[in-house]
Design a protein around this ligand. Sequence first.
Ligand SMILES: C[S@@+](CC[C@H](N)C(=O)[O-])C[C@H]1O[C@@H](n2cnc3c(N)ncnc32)[C@H](O)[C@@H]1O
Length: 307
Amino acid sequence: MSDHQPVLLKETIDLLAIKPDGIYVDLTFGRGGHSRAILDKLSFEGTLIAFDVDAEAIEEGKALEELGKRFILIRENFQNFFSVLQDRGVKEVDGILADLGVSSPQFDEGERGFSYRMDAPLDMRMDQRNPLTAAKILSSYPEEEIARILYEYGEEKDSRRIAHLIAEERTKKRIETTGELVDVIKRAKRAKSLFQKGHPAKQTFQALRIAVNGELTALEKMLEDLPKALSLHGRAAIITFHSLEDRMVKRKFRSLTTVEGSRYHPVTEEAKFSDLTRKPIIATNEELLQNHRAHSAKLRAIERNKP
Ligand SMILES: C[S@@+](CC[C@H](N)C(=O)[O-])C[C@H]1O[C@@H](n2cnc3c(N)ncnc32)[C@H](O)[C@@H]1O
Protein backbone atom coordinates (compact mmCIF):
# COMPACT_ATOMS: atom_id res chain seq x y z
CA MET A 1 0.00 0.00 0.00
CA SER A 2 1.29 3.45 -0.87
CA ASP A 3 1.54 6.34 1.56
CA HIS A 4 -0.16 9.64 1.06
CA GLN A 5 2.08 12.68 1.24
CA PRO A 6 -0.09 15.60 2.36
CA VAL A 7 -0.15 18.48 -0.14
CA LEU A 8 0.57 22.10 0.93
CA LEU A 9 0.71 20.91 4.52
CA LYS A 10 2.54 23.81 6.18
CA GLU A 11 0.64 26.41 4.18
CA THR A 12 -2.73 24.89 5.13
CA ILE A 13 -1.93 24.54 8.81
CA ASP A 14 -0.54 28.11 8.96
CA LEU A 15 -3.70 29.47 7.31
CA LEU A 16 -5.96 27.65 9.75
CA ALA A 17 -4.16 29.45 12.64
CA ILE A 18 -5.12 26.62 14.97
CA LYS A 19 -6.27 27.45 18.51
CA PRO A 20 -5.11 24.66 20.81
CA ASP A 21 -8.53 24.32 22.46
CA GLY A 22 -10.58 24.83 19.29
CA ILE A 23 -12.89 22.52 17.36
CA TYR A 24 -11.63 21.59 13.89
CA VAL A 25 -13.06 19.59 11.02
CA ASP A 26 -11.08 17.68 8.40
CA LEU A 27 -13.62 16.87 5.68
CA THR A 28 -11.25 14.59 3.74
CA PHE A 29 -9.29 12.43 6.17
CA GLY A 30 -7.51 10.28 3.53
CA ARG A 31 -4.46 8.94 5.31
CA GLY A 32 -4.68 11.61 7.97
CA GLY A 33 -1.68 13.71 6.91
CA HIS A 34 -3.42 17.01 7.57
CA SER A 35 -5.39 15.60 10.51
CA ARG A 36 -2.20 14.53 12.24
CA ALA A 37 -0.72 18.02 11.87
CA ILE A 38 -3.92 19.58 13.28
CA LEU A 39 -3.87 17.15 16.23
CA ASP A 40 -0.25 18.08 16.89
CA LYS A 41 -1.35 21.69 17.40
CA LEU A 42 -4.36 20.84 19.57
CA SER A 43 -4.19 20.51 23.34
CA PHE A 44 -6.21 17.87 25.18
CA GLU A 45 -9.02 20.47 25.31
CA GLY A 46 -9.23 20.73 21.52
CA THR A 47 -11.29 18.50 19.20
CA LEU A 48 -10.81 17.22 15.67
CA ILE A 49 -13.75 15.72 13.80
CA ALA A 50 -12.76 14.04 10.52
CA PHE A 51 -14.79 12.64 7.64
CA ASP A 52 -14.11 10.19 4.84
CA VAL A 53 -16.26 7.84 2.78
CA ASP A 54 -13.56 5.27 2.08
CA ALA A 55 -13.60 2.17 4.31
CA GLU A 56 -9.80 1.85 4.11
CA ALA A 57 -9.24 5.47 5.19
CA ILE A 58 -11.52 4.91 8.18
CA GLU A 59 -9.71 1.67 9.09
CA GLU A 60 -6.27 3.31 8.95
CA GLY A 61 -7.55 6.32 10.87
CA LYS A 62 -8.03 4.23 13.99
CA ALA A 63 -4.29 4.67 14.65
CA LEU A 64 -4.86 8.35 15.38
CA GLU A 65 -7.36 7.54 18.10
CA GLU A 66 -4.46 6.15 20.09
CA LEU A 67 -2.91 9.62 20.48
CA GLY A 68 -5.36 10.16 23.34
CA LYS A 69 -6.64 13.47 22.02
CA ARG A 70 -10.27 14.24 21.21
CA PHE A 71 -10.52 12.78 17.73
CA ILE A 72 -13.66 11.54 16.04
CA LEU A 73 -13.57 9.89 12.60
CA ILE A 74 -16.87 9.53 10.77
CA ARG A 75 -17.62 7.54 7.62
CA GLU A 76 -19.90 10.02 5.91
CA ASN A 77 -19.98 12.08 2.74
CA PHE A 78 -18.86 15.62 3.51
CA GLN A 79 -21.93 16.95 1.74
CA ASN A 80 -23.75 16.09 4.98
CA PHE A 81 -21.11 17.41 7.36
CA PHE A 82 -23.24 20.23 8.77
CA SER A 83 -26.18 18.05 9.75
CA VAL A 84 -23.81 15.44 11.20
CA LEU A 85 -22.19 18.13 13.36
CA GLN A 86 -25.57 19.45 14.46
CA ASP A 87 -26.78 15.95 15.34
CA ARG A 88 -23.74 15.66 17.59
CA GLY A 89 -24.49 18.98 19.26
CA VAL A 90 -21.65 20.87 17.55
CA LYS A 91 -23.13 24.22 16.48
CA GLU A 92 -20.01 25.90 15.11
CA VAL A 93 -16.33 25.18 14.64
CA ASP A 94 -13.06 27.10 14.55
CA GLY A 95 -11.70 25.64 11.35
CA ILE A 96 -12.61 23.47 8.39
CA LEU A 97 -10.24 21.83 5.94
CA ALA A 98 -10.99 20.02 2.68
CA ASP A 99 -8.26 18.45 0.54
CA LEU A 100 -10.36 17.31 -2.40
CA GLY A 101 -10.04 14.42 -4.82
CA VAL A 102 -8.55 10.97 -4.43
CA SER A 103 -5.70 9.98 -2.14
CA SER A 104 -2.50 8.36 -3.37
CA PRO A 105 -3.44 4.95 -1.93
CA GLN A 106 -6.78 5.08 -3.79
CA PHE A 107 -4.98 6.01 -6.99
CA ASP A 108 -2.11 3.57 -6.61
CA GLU A 109 -4.18 0.52 -5.68
CA GLY A 110 -4.83 -0.79 -9.17
CA GLU A 111 -8.02 -2.60 -8.27
CA ARG A 112 -9.79 0.65 -7.32
CA GLY A 113 -9.83 1.51 -11.03
CA PHE A 114 -8.83 5.19 -10.73
CA SER A 115 -5.63 4.89 -12.75
CA TYR A 116 -5.34 4.64 -16.52
CA ARG A 117 -1.82 3.28 -16.04
CA MET A 118 -2.90 0.02 -14.39
CA ASP A 119 -5.28 -2.52 -15.88
CA ALA A 120 -8.10 -3.12 -13.41
CA PRO A 121 -11.90 -3.33 -13.14
CA LEU A 122 -13.56 0.01 -13.97
CA ASP A 123 -14.68 0.82 -10.44
CA MET A 124 -13.60 4.37 -9.38
CA ARG A 125 -15.72 4.47 -6.21
CA MET A 126 -14.29 6.32 -3.23
CA ASP A 127 -17.18 4.99 -1.14
CA GLN A 128 -17.36 1.21 -1.52
CA ARG A 129 -21.06 1.36 -0.47
CA ASN A 130 -21.96 3.34 -3.60
CA PRO A 131 -23.84 1.10 -6.06
CA LEU A 132 -22.65 3.10 -9.10
CA THR A 133 -19.33 2.19 -10.74
CA ALA A 134 -17.64 3.56 -13.87
CA ALA A 135 -18.38 0.26 -15.66
CA LYS A 136 -22.11 0.71 -14.90
CA ILE A 137 -22.09 4.22 -16.35
CA LEU A 138 -20.44 2.99 -19.54
CA SER A 139 -22.81 0.05 -19.92
CA SER A 140 -26.10 1.73 -19.07
CA TYR A 141 -26.05 5.49 -19.69
CA PRO A 142 -27.24 6.81 -23.06
CA GLU A 143 -24.46 7.86 -25.46
CA GLU A 144 -25.45 11.57 -25.18
CA GLU A 145 -25.24 11.44 -21.39
CA ILE A 146 -21.77 9.88 -21.52
CA ALA A 147 -20.69 12.60 -23.97
CA ARG A 148 -22.05 15.27 -21.60
CA ILE A 149 -20.18 13.78 -18.63
CA LEU A 150 -16.89 13.67 -20.56
CA TYR A 151 -17.34 17.23 -21.82
CA GLU A 152 -18.57 18.86 -18.61
CA TYR A 153 -16.52 17.01 -16.01
CA GLY A 154 -13.42 16.29 -18.07
CA GLU A 155 -13.46 19.22 -20.50
CA GLU A 156 -12.70 16.53 -23.07
CA LYS A 157 -12.82 18.00 -26.59
CA ASP A 158 -13.35 14.60 -28.21
CA SER A 159 -16.23 13.74 -25.86
CA ARG A 160 -18.74 12.89 -28.60
CA ARG A 161 -16.30 10.72 -30.53
CA ILE A 162 -15.33 8.79 -27.40
CA ALA A 163 -18.98 8.37 -26.29
CA HIS A 164 -19.92 7.18 -29.76
CA LEU A 165 -17.21 4.52 -29.85
CA ILE A 166 -18.14 3.40 -26.32
CA ALA A 167 -21.77 2.99 -27.45
CA GLU A 168 -20.62 1.01 -30.49
CA GLU A 169 -18.20 -1.22 -28.56
CA ARG A 170 -20.67 -2.10 -25.83
CA THR A 171 -23.06 -3.67 -28.32
CA LYS A 172 -20.29 -6.23 -28.93
CA LYS A 173 -18.88 -6.52 -25.39
CA ARG A 174 -19.31 -4.68 -22.05
CA ILE A 175 -16.35 -2.42 -21.26
CA GLU A 176 -15.18 -3.77 -17.91
CA THR A 177 -11.57 -2.73 -17.40
CA THR A 178 -9.46 0.42 -17.38
CA GLY A 179 -7.29 -1.11 -20.12
CA GLU A 180 -10.29 -1.68 -22.40
CA LEU A 181 -11.47 1.89 -21.86
CA VAL A 182 -8.01 3.35 -22.56
CA ASP A 183 -7.95 1.38 -25.80
CA VAL A 184 -11.37 2.76 -26.87
CA ILE A 185 -10.30 6.34 -25.98
CA LYS A 186 -7.09 6.04 -28.04
CA ARG A 187 -9.02 4.75 -31.03
CA ALA A 188 -11.73 7.41 -30.73
CA LYS A 189 -9.55 10.49 -30.29
CA ARG A 190 -8.48 12.61 -33.22
CA ALA A 191 -4.88 11.95 -34.18
CA LYS A 192 -3.78 15.48 -33.30
CA SER A 193 -5.14 15.25 -29.74
CA LEU A 194 -3.25 12.01 -29.17
CA PHE A 195 -0.01 13.98 -29.37
CA GLN A 196 -1.05 16.69 -26.92
CA LYS A 197 0.43 17.02 -23.46
CA GLY A 198 -0.70 14.45 -20.90
CA HIS A 199 -2.15 10.97 -21.21
CA PRO A 200 -5.03 10.74 -23.75
CA ALA A 201 -7.27 9.06 -21.14
CA LYS A 202 -6.67 11.61 -18.37
CA GLN A 203 -9.74 13.76 -18.97
CA THR A 204 -12.13 10.85 -19.52
CA PHE A 205 -10.95 9.19 -16.30
CA GLN A 206 -11.34 12.47 -14.38
CA ALA A 207 -14.85 12.91 -15.78
CA LEU A 208 -15.99 9.38 -14.92
CA ARG A 209 -14.54 9.64 -11.42
CA ILE A 210 -16.42 12.89 -10.81
CA ALA A 211 -19.65 11.31 -12.09
CA VAL A 212 -19.29 8.06 -10.10
CA ASN A 213 -18.64 9.93 -6.85
CA GLY A 214 -20.98 12.88 -7.43
CA GLU A 215 -17.99 15.06 -6.61
CA LEU A 216 -19.29 18.42 -7.81
CA THR A 217 -22.68 18.00 -6.14
CA ALA A 218 -20.96 17.10 -2.87
CA LEU A 219 -18.66 20.12 -3.17
CA GLU A 220 -21.58 22.44 -3.91
CA LYS A 221 -23.56 21.24 -0.88
CA MET A 222 -20.51 21.45 1.34
CA LEU A 223 -19.75 25.02 0.19
CA GLU A 224 -23.37 25.97 0.86
CA ASP A 225 -23.11 24.91 4.52
CA LEU A 226 -19.53 25.98 5.15
CA PRO A 227 -20.29 29.60 6.19
CA LYS A 228 -23.03 28.47 8.61
CA ALA A 229 -20.59 26.20 10.42
CA LEU A 230 -17.78 28.72 11.03
CA SER A 231 -17.59 30.54 14.37
CA LEU A 232 -16.40 34.15 14.67
CA HIS A 233 -12.76 34.16 13.50
CA GLY A 234 -13.25 30.61 12.29
CA ARG A 235 -11.31 29.75 9.14
CA ALA A 236 -11.84 27.44 6.18
CA ALA A 237 -9.12 26.18 3.82
CA ILE A 238 -9.81 24.20 0.66
CA ILE A 239 -7.31 22.51 -1.65
CA THR A 240 -8.54 21.76 -5.19
CA PHE A 241 -6.95 19.75 -7.97
CA HIS A 242 -8.69 20.78 -11.17
CA SER A 243 -10.24 23.87 -12.68
CA LEU A 244 -13.90 22.87 -12.18
CA GLU A 245 -13.43 22.50 -8.43
CA ASP A 246 -11.27 25.58 -8.14
CA ARG A 247 -13.80 27.71 -10.01
CA MET A 248 -16.57 26.65 -7.61
CA VAL A 249 -14.49 27.42 -4.53
CA LYS A 250 -13.26 30.73 -5.96
CA ARG A 251 -16.83 31.88 -6.77
CA LYS A 252 -18.22 30.85 -3.41
CA PHE A 253 -15.41 32.52 -1.50
CA ARG A 254 -15.76 35.67 -3.60
CA SER A 255 -19.50 35.83 -2.87
CA LEU A 256 -18.80 35.50 0.86
CA THR A 257 -16.01 38.06 1.01
CA THR A 258 -17.54 40.86 -1.10
CA VAL A 259 -20.78 42.81 -0.91
CA GLU A 260 -22.01 43.96 -4.29
CA GLY A 261 -23.42 47.47 -4.33
CA SER A 262 -24.94 49.48 -7.15
CA ARG A 263 -25.43 53.16 -7.96
CA TYR A 264 -28.85 53.19 -6.29
CA HIS A 265 -28.04 50.74 -3.54
CA PRO A 266 -24.59 51.69 -2.31
CA VAL A 267 -22.78 49.26 -0.03
CA THR A 268 -23.65 50.04 3.58
CA GLU A 269 -22.34 46.94 5.28
CA GLU A 270 -19.14 44.97 5.08
CA ALA A 271 -18.85 41.32 4.12
CA LYS A 272 -18.89 38.83 7.00
CA PHE A 273 -15.87 36.97 5.67
CA SER A 274 -12.44 38.03 4.56
CA ASP A 275 -10.29 36.44 1.93
CA LEU A 276 -6.99 35.08 3.30
CA THR A 277 -5.60 34.16 -0.13
CA ARG A 278 -6.24 36.78 -2.80
CA LYS A 279 -4.40 34.52 -5.19
CA PRO A 280 -4.53 30.76 -4.60
CA ILE A 281 -1.48 29.30 -2.90
CA ILE A 282 0.37 26.74 -5.00
CA ALA A 283 3.18 24.35 -4.14
CA THR A 284 6.78 25.51 -3.96
CA ASN A 285 9.33 24.06 -6.39
CA GLU A 286 10.73 22.06 -3.52
CA GLU A 287 7.37 20.40 -2.83
CA LEU A 288 6.77 19.80 -6.53
CA LEU A 289 10.02 17.84 -6.74
CA GLN A 290 8.93 15.55 -3.93
CA ASN A 291 5.20 15.20 -4.50
CA HIS A 292 3.72 14.72 -7.94
CA ARG A 293 0.15 15.27 -6.62
CA ALA A 294 1.06 18.84 -5.68
CA HIS A 295 1.29 19.94 -9.33
CA SER A 296 -2.29 21.03 -9.82
CA ALA A 297 -3.04 21.87 -6.18
CA LYS A 298 -4.54 25.27 -5.33
CA LEU A 299 -5.24 26.38 -1.79
CA ARG A 300 -7.81 29.07 -0.92
CA ALA A 301 -8.90 30.22 2.53
CA ILE A 302 -11.37 32.57 4.22
CA GLU A 303 -12.07 33.81 7.75
CA ARG A 304 -15.33 34.86 9.36
CA ASN A 305 -14.77 38.34 10.80
CA LYS A 306 -18.38 39.26 11.69
CA PRO A 307 -21.02 37.26 13.55
C1 LIG B 1 -6.78 13.93 -1.26
S1 LIG B 1 -7.36 12.79 -0.11
C2 LIG B 1 -7.06 13.57 1.44
C3 LIG B 1 -5.68 13.34 1.97
C4 LIG B 1 -5.45 13.84 3.37
N1 LIG B 1 -5.54 15.27 3.46
C5 LIG B 1 -4.10 13.36 3.86
O1 LIG B 1 -3.21 14.21 4.04
O2 LIG B 1 -3.92 12.18 4.08
C6 LIG B 1 -9.07 12.94 -0.25
C7 LIG B 1 -9.88 11.99 0.63
O3 LIG B 1 -11.20 12.51 0.71
C8 LIG B 1 -12.13 11.49 0.57
N2 LIG B 1 -13.31 12.10 -0.04
C9 LIG B 1 -13.43 12.61 -1.27
N3 LIG B 1 -14.66 13.11 -1.46
C10 LIG B 1 -15.34 12.93 -0.28
C11 LIG B 1 -16.64 13.25 0.17
N4 LIG B 1 -17.52 13.86 -0.63
N5 LIG B 1 -16.97 12.95 1.43
C12 LIG B 1 -16.07 12.35 2.27
N6 LIG B 1 -14.83 12.01 1.89
C13 LIG B 1 -14.46 12.30 0.64
C14 LIG B 1 -11.47 10.45 -0.30
O4 LIG B 1 -12.00 9.16 -0.03
C15 LIG B 1 -10.00 10.59 0.10
O5 LIG B 1 -9.67 9.66 1.09
